[in-house]
Design a binder for this molecule. Sequence first.
Ligand code: COA
Length: 399
Amino acid sequence: MATSLSYRRMLEFLNSAASRRFWQIVPRQQFHKTTSKMFANEDDFNAAKERVNLLKEDPGNEAKLKMYALFKQATVGTCKTSKPGAFDFVGKAKWQAWTNLGSLDQESARQKYIDMVQQLLDEQGVTVDGSTTAEEARSTEKFKTLNVTSEDGVYKIMLNRPNKKNALTFDSYNELVKALDTAGKDPTIVLATITGAGDYYCSGNDLNNFMSATPDTMSDMAKDGGVILNKFVSAFIDFPKPLIGLVNGPAVGVSVTILGLFDVVYSTNKATFVTPFSALGQSPEGCSSYVFPKIMGRAKANEVLLFGRKLTADEACDRGLVASVFPDDKFQKETSRLVDEYAKLPKNSMRLSKNLIRSNDKDLLHKVNDAECELLVERWTSDECVQAIMNFFTQKAKL
Ligand code: COA
């Protein structure tokens, strides 16, 4: 659709650095003139006006218009100016926002302005003196099993137990939930990626997770494991921003099934995908019992989920689990380039589109997750499963 000149100008203006002045809103001289009418929380209001400068990120046009309107209402009162002309789009948007506040009294407008500034600062992790930003908080966030970094709107999670092929301990599950929660809430983050350190992407559930159980504690431990897994899968179902899987090597078990909940998966040609649930006396998780047949077709999904057929990267791509496969020597460079490009796209548009796509079966996914976890809790205490895990470690001990 063609964009009119005035509309384009408005967009340019709203996205420009100059728009900071627009939402800080009133020139300093005018600000001092108007504040003479104030009482009660005048100091807080003045402080809020200054603290707007501490925001690290543009809070978006909707927030800026609201702040403008509250400021005008607080300092001037009800809007009595005439509506700007038809082609003054910016002026009209500001006038409309101010007019929408109707007869809200000035003191309430001041308080709302103060609250709004505080809320925006909180969302961006800025403290009273502006010293701690969300980014600084993230960079000091320590995980035992993950390496997490963020840059230019990309939150990068790396599974970081290369000596154990990045097998997922209970700590790993909990830390992934925490990392996704942080990325989801941080307004500076546009999208997140998950990859693995070393030659493996991930060898699935750490089979040691249940090794400390005795026959007496096995049942409780399985139940606790079910709760942890349920929360872990829910974090992927509910993650509000684009999530990209960067499969840098072989993937096993839950690290494969959960890929069905990512928005896009890229893989090196050295990766393989296997879910040896039946061999281990277990059953599918990560909503794969629903998502895999949907994306692969029933028969192809059953080959994987029931019979543990190992897929090459190209097969995973043909079956719709993976979007593109890259030669191993180009994988890091090519995927970084793509991710950086994606992170520059309008973040609200991507977030809302993802929400729309996910909303079609979000409730169903949670139900599937519950059912899968329930069955797994039962399976983990089965003779078949206990025996299979014992075999894994006994065979390793013999090598
Ligand atoms: N749980 C616990 N430990 C694991 C693991 C897992 N899922 N995957 C790998 N490890 C450990 C190994 O025990 C080994 O530990 P060690 O050095 O203390 O002996 C280390 O990681 C390296 O693995 P290793 O088996 O020596 O490497 P490999 O290249 O020969 O084989 C795998 C890699 C992934 C094929 C093999 O480790 C494996 O089959 N792991 C189990 C995978 C699995 O069944 N996951 C659960 C799916 S439901």
